[in-house]
Design a protein around this ligand. Structure first.
Ligand code: 13P
Ligand code: SF4
Length: 302
């Protein structure tokens, strides 16, 4: 199966990208694994004609926004994101109209139609830098209230908040963290900014998924409590075989991130199935918002 997939990737001049939460066999076969920012940058820069995106729908859409001339395949079309579904363009437009004029900063975990109404995008790796880069005292951040609250605590700007959240991260409670700390008193607690503010207050470090992998590598500590989707434990262990990683809660599982199998990747490549293409009238304004973020990240290396 793996050889067949690699053969088809070569034949179709395709690149396989995987998010850090994907199942181990998908991560092992991919050309690149990463967080949302790294995957967006790769999608913008690759020479491949086809991108097989192993992640969720908004990620494949982002690749299509950045690379309209490439074919972007999502091997399971039903792999969605519950947070991205918590905002629709009509609702966002109502909120924009109610507020005084201000930039709209949209987390990449959103649909292309919502990005199209936004000034600039951000990911968990660069949200604070993106907000600070804007020439405005107030911003509206969508759709993740937890990322927005975290960003607000790190910037002088007034942050207006859309009330969406990631159910996987929002599920982690302070009680889980206290229990994990009791069980592993020497471990460093790493949390993702999609977690609740009261959970982030207990964190030793707050990072994106790839940020956690880098932090664990550089840290002198040998054990870590991981406050994000449990799929991240696999790349953490792979990059740090001599260190130990404990999930902050085994409930932190995103079903959508586990949908894609090797069979799905093979079928998608064989029959060019599962194409995600953003219509041009939405893609163009969405492109501006995503590209602004990519340019900022590349120039500042954030
Ligand atoms: P990052 O990998 O960018 O930190 O994103 C986490 C996430 O929830 C993606 O769905
Ligand atoms: Fe969406 Fe949360 Fe799943 Fe990421 S982990 S895809 S934000 S529901």
């Amino acid at each position: 199966m793996k050889e067949k997939i690699r053969g088809l990737l070569k034949k179709r001049n395709a690149i396989m990208l995987s998010h850090n939460y994907q199942p181990p066999e998908i991560q092992d076969l991919a050309d690149l694994c990463g967080d949302s920012l790294e995957l967006s940058i790769k999608a913008a820069q690759t020479d491949a004609e086809v991108i097989v995106f192993c992640g969720v729908h908004f990620m494949a859409e982002t690749a299509s926004i950045l690379s309209p001339n490439k074919t972007v395949l999502l091997p399971r079309e039903d792999a969605g994101c519950l947070m991205a579904d918590m905002i629709e363009p009509e609702g966002l437009q109502i909120m924009i109209d109610k507020l005084p004029a201000m930039p709209v900063v949209t987390y990449v975990n959103s649909t292309a139609a919502v990005k199209a109404l936004s000034t600039i995008c951000c990911t968990s790796a660069n949200a604070i830098d993106v907000v600070n880069s804007l020439d405005a005292d107030e911003v509206l951040m969508t759709p993740d209230r937890n990322l927005a609250l975290y960003t607000a605590s790190k910037t002088k700007k007034k942050v207006h908040i859309w009330d969406g959240y990631c159910p996987t991260h929002d599920r982690l409670k302070t009680e889980d963290v206290h229990n994990a700390r009791k069980a592993y008193p020497d471990a460093v607690f790493m949390a993702h900014p999609e977690c609740r503010p009261e959970v982030l207050e207990l964190a030793d470090v707050i990072r994106s998924t790839s940020g956690m992998i880098r932090y664990a590598k550089e840290s002198k500590s040998s054990s870590f409590i991981v406050g994000t989707e449990i799929g991240l434990i696999y790349p953490l262990k792979k990059a740090n075989p001599d260190k130990v990683f404990y999930p902050a809660s085994t409930n932190m599982l995103c079903k959508n991130m586990k949908k894609i199998s090797l069979e799905d990747v093979l079928r998608s490549l064989e029959f060019m199935e599962g194409e995600v293409k953003v219509p041009e009238n939405i893609r163009q304004p969405a492109f501006k918002a995503v590209q602004k973020m990519v340019d900022l990240s590349l120039s500042k290396k954030i």
